[in-house]
Design a protein. Structure first.
Length: 395
């Protein structure tokens, strides 16, 4: 317990972002409140001789430091934003040291992890596949088809070696996990003369989630892993597409915004009502910048039921106060239009009878044109808040 207190004192308080406001005219970022992290996580730790006791001590400190920013460890019927932490060690075989329900506090985790990772075993054999398979089994038995089935699942691998082929090849099981929406974070603890470990583990990791223990710079590594956990804990409900920096790169940095293209032609007003009733924080889509405009167009292009020339309602509309504004979730202030403007040539027309906006493809260009709110039937695009530390989504 003395080491636990020491680690808590060293870590300090995690600085969280200020409350998001769309009036800043930027899209909602993913939540960054580590105290509200809600995940199921299994740490998979190599305890072969290649790791050695010094490295195991570093792993212990790293795991605990990652979750010592107020993250609620365990389960709580009154607070769904909790993180369960399981522990697996592996060498030539894997051992479950703690299932996903054993640790019910960070103190429980500290005590259990200190004991489980106190020393290496007497073999130099290290087969990551065994550890990944054990983690997969734990998720299938303790998370899937439970009240936490909708929680995102993460494996954090700490490895000193990449080894195995055939049934002991870790790549097939890692691919299977990722296809099941399990994110994998890897940390390479390279042995002398093994400079390829990081590159090998990068094949196992989810894109952008592969790290190296760089000369024991644990604080930096802690922040990288925490950032990966926050990205894992930022996801969209089924049938929604997460807005990200690059449509063509699913691994690019995500926003806390989800997009859904609807292929039911209706008037702008009916589309507005439909979007606002989909979820608590949903509305017709906003296009604060060219990147968001282009991303939504890419979504439309890749949605069955949309066809060229592409035409779809978005959330821009003209209000009686005499300005163009973006719709917002029910009860929230609408956001005044700012540059950039993406009007097609000749638009906007006088807004007295044409107070709603749609995207219209004209030649090679797609831009805004204003239309009547109650007439004309077109597809439309909704957006909502992503599920993250600031926005818990139930099953």
């Amino acid at each position: 317990m003395k080491l636990l207190a020491f680690l808590l004192a060293l870590l300090g308080v995690y600085a969280c972002c200020a409350d998001y406001s769309p009036l800043s005219y930027v899209d909602r970022p993913c939540g960054t409140d580590l105290s509200n992290l809600w995940l199921d996580v299994v740490a998979v730790v190599d305890n072969s001789q290649g790791m050695n006791n010094g490295k195991l001590n570093e792993v212990t400190s790293n795991i605990l430091s990652v979750f010592m920013s107020g993250t609620r460890i365990g389960s709580d019927a009154n607070e769904p934003r909790t993180t369960r932490l399981g522990l697996v060690t592996y060498n030539n075989v894997a051992s479950q040291k703690a299932d996903l329900n054993q640790y019910q506090s960070i103190a429980d985790a500290a005590n259990g992890i200190f004991v489980a990772l106190s020393s290496t075993v007497g073999t130099s054999e290290s087969y990551l596949a065994t550890g990944l398979e054990m983690a997969e089994r734990m998720f299938n038995e303790q998370s899937v088809n439970t009240t936490r089935a909708h929680y995102r699942k993460v494996v954090i691998v700490y490895a000193s070696e990449y080894k195995g082929d055939g049934e002991l090849d870790p790549l097939p099981v890692s691919n299977r996990l990722k296809l099941s929406n399990v994110d994998i974070i890897t940390v390479a603890y390279q042995q002398s003369g093994d400079d390829g470990l990081f590159e090998s583990l990068s094949q196992i990791a989810s894109p952008g989630f592969s790290f190296i223990n760089d000369n024991g710079q644990g604080g930096n590594l802690v922040q990288k892993i925490q950032g990966s956990l926050l990205q894992s804990n930022c996801f969209c409900p089924s049938d929604w597409i997460q807005y990200r920096n690059s449509y063509s790169d699913p691994a690019s940095s995500r926003y806390g915004v989800c997009i859904q293209a609807i292929t039911i032609p209706v008037s702008w007003f009916a589309a507005k009502l439909s979007c606002s009733n989909k979820r608590t924080n949903s509305n017709l889509a906003t296009e604060f910048n060219q990147a968001k405009h282009d991303f939504i167009f890419n979504v439309a292009q890749n949605t069955t039921g949309f066809a060229p020339p592409y035409q779809y309602h978005i959330g821009l509309n003209y209000v009686s106060s005499g300005s163009w504004v973006w719709t917002q979730p029910t009860g929230r202030q609408q956001v005044p239009l700012q540059q950039p403007f993406m009007w097609l040539p000749g638009y906007p027309k006088p807004a007295s009878t044409q107070s709603a906006v749609m995207n219209m493809q004209s030649g090679q260009e797609t831009g805004w044109q204003n239309i009547a709110t109650m007439t004309g039937s077109y597809n439309y695009v909704c957006e909502t808040y992503a599920c993250d530390t600031d926005n818990y989504c139930d099953a």
